[in-house]
Ligand binder design. Structure first.
Ligand SMILES: Cc1cc2nc3c(=O)[nH]c(=O)nc-3n(C[C@H](O)[C@H](O)[C@H](O)COP(=O)(O)O)c2cc1C
Ligand SMILES: CCCCC(=O)C(=O)O
Length: 376
């Protein structure tokens, strides 16, 4: 695999090609892998190709405004950053570099609770001028879970994205083969002061047994979780609570009934249950079920400006990028993430101009036609 030449990066794929040639196997496979045969990973991207854009013409597109808001906070464009764990494997400045890049582009970053930099250090690395959310798992240790929410609130995070698709970790074959382990100089930084509550021990902490990551998740995450726990998170949080990992109309309705403030349509980047639907295929049924009661967002496979356009046309308020951030981080830290965000933002600007949309509210359902779903 030849390393992509940074001077000729023309699409988000180029960042990935660069990282493929640059990252060590353990990190690269962890970042790019998905569950089992990775069918959903591929579908997340391919499904966008089954949606036809219907451009409108002659509408004076000399000025295009991509600004929007999420949970009441203004952002410069509907392209945000999804939570991905352990970013310091990609670059020494990891999550801080990502947060600074997000702030420079005035967009929202979601910090993984399994970050290699603490909630407080990430907050301190920015000026607090763009929204930061904390992604949360419900840990077996409820006090530790509640403490994470409090720490996020105290550090200026403005929402909690509660991940609900991970009662167990999906089966990721490459990580099992590689005996994935977090490099010894890194830690799950949000837990380093809580060893007694969150048993982050040498044996369970991403240990080097064959399913180290899965074992770690099984030791930490409570698989008994149900909707009443979502209500519990709401009851202990002063900031909005969103659920991340909804793929069906049925669950979207239950989420609204549980009082959530927003829904992220996500299949965890195809990393949990393989052959789950592509998120762009699930988006419309979720939006119909929600019927405008809360904001709906999407992540999974978004790689081009036209992908963002299609998600907005089908009802998403904003989209979140996962892996492209890791590839860009690996390429050039904060600057790399800024460059990647600028690239996809410019693609969105052009997609809007070429379809006759001068603001995100101009992007309507009839700007796209969805072709019949291919067989998986
Ligand atoms: C390496 C990696 C780590 C992730 N870690 C988390 C995490 O800690 N919490 C979480 O809710 N989702 C996590 N996700 C899922 C992302 O938030 C997001 O749903 C997904 O990556 C979006 O798809 P994309 O990578 O195709 O853009 C992770 C994804 C990847 C690729
Ligand atoms: C133990 C970290 C798991 C993070 C995660 O959500 C993922 O890898 O998809």
């Amino acid at each position: 695999m030849s390393k992509a030449d940074p001077t000729s990066f023309v699409s988000l794929d180029d960042f990935e090609r660069y990282a493929e040639a640059n990252l060590d196997r353990n990190a690269l496979d962890y970042y790019r892998s998905g569950a089992q045969d990775m069918i959903t990973v591929r579908e997340n991207q391919r499904a966008f190709d089954r949606i036809i854009v219907r451009p409108r013409i002659l509408r004076d597109v000399s000025t295009v405004d991509m600004s929007t808001s999420i949970q009441g906070a203004s952002i410069s464009s509907p392209i945000c950053i999804a939570p991905t764990a352990m970013q310091r494997m990609a670059h020494p400045e990891g999550e801080c570099a990502t947060a600074r890049a997000a702030e420079r582009k005035n967009t929202c970053m979601v910090l993984s609770s399994w970050s290699t930099t603490s909630i407080e250090d990430v907050a301190a690395s920015t000026k607090g001028q763009s929204p930061k959310w904390l992604q949360l798992y419900i840990y077996k240790d409820r006090k530790a879970t509640q403490r994470l929410i409090e720490r996020a609130q105290d550090s200026g995070y403005t929402a909690i994205a509660l991940t609900v698709d991970t009662p167990y970790l999906g089966r990721r074959l490459a990580d099992i083969r590689n005996r994935f382990r977090l490099p010894p100089h890194l830690t799950m930084a949000n837990f380093s002061d809580q060893k007694s509550q969150v048993s982050q021990s040498k044996t369970t902490h991403v240990s080097d047994n064959a399913s180290g990551l899965a074992t770690y998740v099984a030791s930490q995450i409570d698989p008994t979780l149900s909707w009443k726990h979502v209500e519990w998170v709401k009851s202990v949080s002063r900031i909005p609570v969103l659920v991340k990992g909804v793929l069906t109309a049925e669950d979207a309705k239950l989420a609204v009934e549980a009082g959530v403030d927003g829904i992220i349509v996500s299949n965890h980047g195809g990393r949990q249950v393989d052959t789950a639907p592509a998120t762009i295929d699930a988006l419309e049924e979720v939006c119909r079920a929600v019927d405008g009661r809360v904001e709906v967002y999407l992540d999974g496979g978004v790689r081009r400006g036209t992908d963002v356009f299609k998600a907005l046309a089908l009802g998403a308020k904003a989209v979140f990028l996962g892996r492209p951030v890791l590839w860009a981080l690996n390429y050039n830290g904060e600057e790399g993430v800024v460059e990647m965000l600028e690239m996809i933002n410019e693609e969105l600007r052009l997609a809007m101009a070429l379809t006759g949309c001068v603001s995100v509210s101009d992007i309507k359902r009839d700007h796209v036609r969805v072709l019949p779903q291919a067989r998986l």
